[in-house]
Design a protein. Structure first.
Length: 320
């Protein structure tokens, strides 16, 4: 199936628009990470207690917050739980960092919440359904493991592309994926949504997805370089992107609709995971065209300005 047969868009001619778009979202995310919400880590990473509370009637978040404040509980967050249809359920998760608990015992967080609601919350009855606790040491270990998994995946993909294509291809792809990851994390910071283990899983998923999309474009560029030695690299890259545009729109579009359905109908449990994928797929598809491919041309232009012979990046591999 082919949606676009005679597409002739000058993608590289729009590189400054793409650069402006990327800078706006990257800088906005960085400013939020550095000065505003920072990186809003969930209890999984910073340690603490999550208490799931069910109420007999729909709870008022402000009243719960007032009840917790009167009891002297600080640093907590309240997260309403939705049912699979997207409607608000009569349940919330109250998360407290480890430092706000009176001690490190497993039941300390549960007791804090139960005492605060019993003494100060009178809208309806409630039941403590579940208590999860993560110690600060485990949280630090999870942070380190999540960062390591992300960096090692990028390094592995760089090495893979180095051997399959050439080093400049690997560098361009890794820069594009780093761009995608930064914007996705920045989106969580801007919207003040907590990053949990499931969000890290989504980020690793989108790294692979974005890299695969980039490889498809790079493979077509390499094929066209072997067949069109008289064309400029600018023209070859534009033609390669246009030739793979139908595949990109179909595969990315269908995947996006799937994760959008998860985001809309998946409920609170999948909210962070699906939000990361919704943002990541959009940005990952964009970066394959607007970030990775233009870097190849920029590299060749840089070589030319330095007076070096302009050798098309895939010419050596294309002869083999």
């Amino acid at each position: 199936m082919e949606l676009f047969r005679t597409t002739n868009i000058d993608w590289l001619g729009k590189k400054w628009y793409f650069l402006g778009f990327s800078l706006i979202f990257s800088v906005a995310g960085l400013l939020s990470i550095l000065f505003w919400h920072h990186i809003p880590l969930g209890v999984d990473f910073k340690g603490g207690t999550q208490v799931r509370v069910a109420f007999t009637q729909k709870p008022d978040d402000d009243h719960i917050r007032q009840a917790m404040d009167r009891a002297g509980v600080r640093g907590f967050t309240i997260q309403p739980i939705s049912d699979p249809s997207g409607n608000a359920a009569n349940k919330v998760i109250i998360a407290m960092p480890q430092s706000s608990a009176k001690d490190t015992a497993h039941d300390a967080g549960r007791q804090d919440v139960e005492d605060a609601l019993s003494a100060n919350y009178h809208d309806s009855g409630f039941t403590i359904e579940q208590v999860d606790i993560v110690g600060p040491t485990a949280g630090k270990a999870l942070q380190k493991g999540a960062l390591g998994a992300t960096l090692y995946s990028l390094l592995g993909m760089l090495i893979y592309l180095w051997f399959r294509f050439e080093l400049i291809y690997g560098v361009a792809a890794v820069v594009a994926v780093f761009h995608d990851t930064l914007i996705t994390i920045g989106a969580f910071s801007l919207t003040n949504q907590e990053i949990t283990l499931t969000v890290i899983a989504a980020i690793l998923t989108l790294i692979g997805y974005s890299m695969n999309d980039t490889i498809v474009v790079f493979d077509r560029i390499r094929e066209n370089l072997a067949l069109s030695r008289r064309e400029t690299l600018h023209d070859v890259v534009n033609r390669s992107i246009n030739q793979t545009l139908s595949r990109t729109v179909i595969s990315s579009g269908l995947t996006f609709l799937t994760v959008l359905s998860l985001f809309v109908f998946g409920g609170e449990v999948l909210h962070g995971f699906s939000f990361a994928l919704v943002v990541g797929i959009l940005i990952g598809t964009y970066s394959s065209i607007a970030v990775a491919a233009p870097m190849l041309v920029a590299y060749q232009e840089w070589r030319a300005k330095r007076g070096k012979a302009v050798t098309l990046p895939a010419s050596k591999r294309a002869k083999a």
